[in-house]
Write a protein that binds this ligand. Sequence first.
Ligand code: PMP
Length: 417
Amino acid sequence: MTTIFDELESQVRSYCRNWPVTFGTASGSRLHDVDGRQYLDFFAGAGALNYGHNPPALKEPLLEYLAGDGIVHSLDMFTVAKAEFLRTFQEFVLGPRGLDYRVQFPGPTGANSVEAALKLARKVTGRESVINFTNAFHGMTLGALSVTGNSMKRGGAGIPLVHATPMPFDNYFRGTVPDFLWLERLLADAGSGLNEPAAVIVETVQGEGGINPARVEWLQALADLCDRHEIVLIVDDVQMGAGRTGPFFSFEIAGITPDIVCLSKSISGYGLPMALTLIRPDLDQWAPGEHNGTFRGNNAAFVTATAALREYWGDDALHRSTLAKGERVHQVLGALAEASPAVELVPRGRGLARGLAFAQPDLATKACAAAFERGLLVESAGPADEVLKIMPPLTVTDDELDEGLAVVADAVRAVTA
Ligand code: PMP
């Protein structure tokens, strides 16, 4: 296949040649390329499009706002759209969950939110190190990379990890080590060399790490440990938040309350850049200007984010349908695994963050390529790209879900036959 980018080859720096076509339009769970071919999207902007492409309930208010010359760029000025968003976030998200957070707009991306969280935790505790987990992904800026547990993602750039202490994520030892007893001992042992950390940063389900869910009990034990040692617990919900695992926040399933929460990707609901850092009120000790950035106040994103909360989070319909659809994916992947005893396949995930882990890594990327040939966009993830990652928009219809799953099954059979 050739694309209009082949003639621009010397000008573009792009690693995304997985899908060698040029996309033009998209709506709901479908995209179209310039040659008129249609694709089903089980990639969803790596979690940035939980409500699909151009959802009408968000597009209309956005167009109306723009038609009325609503202010678009405002940095941190007070604006009508920002006030509306904050009120709606309180009314539809924080209030009903009994959560008390101050809302910071740390910059346009997930990495900006992670940077703000790390800096603030170090500032308020006066401590330096941060515990991070094997296989974690937190973003591409230097601070976020230093807590990313994947050396390939660090790009050989010699990122200093001196302030990050890597620890095993849940299931690293496949359940054979009593959770956190060892860490408890190291923290109590003055000679261990492990200084009290400022923060722990964790994903409840590792996304880029290959759809790796932490057990609820593990998350609870971690939250308890942080509480007892006054370690700031940062949950990075950039990929798993905004309903990806079912509830609005992925940590709700464990009944824990993080000190800081990072949100981005699907928070604007429309694929517009937007990020939040939610901060326990007494930890909000920023002095003015200590964390700033030019693109913190994208009012177009506030408008779509507000519309998304009103459209999808006024009741629990989306939460319930996400769990039901996730269960359906899990069943299909389970049947697929059972039917291919010669190749070890392990289905895993939570809600509509699903993965199929291949014992033989290259098969996952081959299956993604085979799916693309059949009109389905899926990505691989995991340290060796060994997991086929299934993340459709949460608004995918049952028919579209079955259609995509049939393609996944066909593609997996094609590469494992
Ligand atoms: N945290 C997590 C858990 C992520 O999955 C990502 C992006 N994949 C980020 C942070 C970084 O977000 P961004 O790419 O918007 O900077």
